[in-house]
Design a protein around this ligand. Structure first.
Ligand SMILES: [Zn+2]
Length: 194
């Protein structure tokens, strides 16, 4: 599997055909999908304004990878020392963390998972990742408020305001499918959705 940094370099490589660069961006979003892959992709298409015809604005691909990479650096900056400390203090009975903590151990789609891929936070990804990290530092991840937008939330539901599910993809990905998800995803991938 190609690493995120190698794929990010391909996205920025203007000597490559734009469609190769788009596929490299897809690889980056598969490698680091803080909302889950589809919601992360849906966000990037909008935030970087990736056009249907890539040649109209190839720099959009760079804007997208810049945003995603900044969010990844923040996440890694928090997670790496936590994982190292966990390794040093390997005691009996320590298990894989549940739900909202899994992302710290590399399951990035648990960071701010959005089961409806079109309903996700609208702020830049680094802002959202920063809020989740702040909640982890403050120990308020399991409080009654959404870690991303602060709205009151009721498990086991996604936040009605920002779309983030507190329990990550394990909670409901198999159960939750919007009736027209396949069609909406096709339009998102083709960057044809309004
Ligand atoms: Zn929220």
């Amino acid at each position: 599997m190609t690493s995120f940094p190698a794929q990010a370099r391909q996205v920025r490589d203007t000597d490559r055909p734009v469609h190769h660069r788009l596929w490299a961006l897809r690889g980056c979003a598969l490698s680091f999908p803080p909302y889950g892959f589809r919601a992360t992709w849906h966000h990037l298409v909008r935030s970087a304004r990736i056009p249907r015809r890539l040649d109209d604005d190839p720099d959009a691909l760079v804007r997208a990878v810049d945003e995603l990479e900044a969010a990844r650096q923040l996440a890694l900056g928090y997670a790496a020392p936590v994982v190292a400390a966990r390794r040093r203090s390997k005691t009996a009975g320590q298990r894989v963390p549940v739900g909202s903590s899994r992302w710290v151990f590399g399951q990035w789609s648990s960071l701010a998972y959005c089961p409806d891929f079109t309903h996700h936070p609208v702020e830049p990804l680094p802002v959202v990742v920063g809020r989740v990290i702040a909640a982890h530092r403050a120990g308020t991840v399991d409080s009654g408020q959404c870690t991303v937008c602060g709205a009151d939330r009721t498990r086991p539901r996604a936040c009605t305001r920002c779309g983030v599910h507190p329990d990550g993809p394990a909670a409901l990905s198999a159960r939750f499918r919007h009736p027209d998800e396949a069609d909406r995803w096709r339009r998102t991938w083709q960057r044809a959705a309004p």
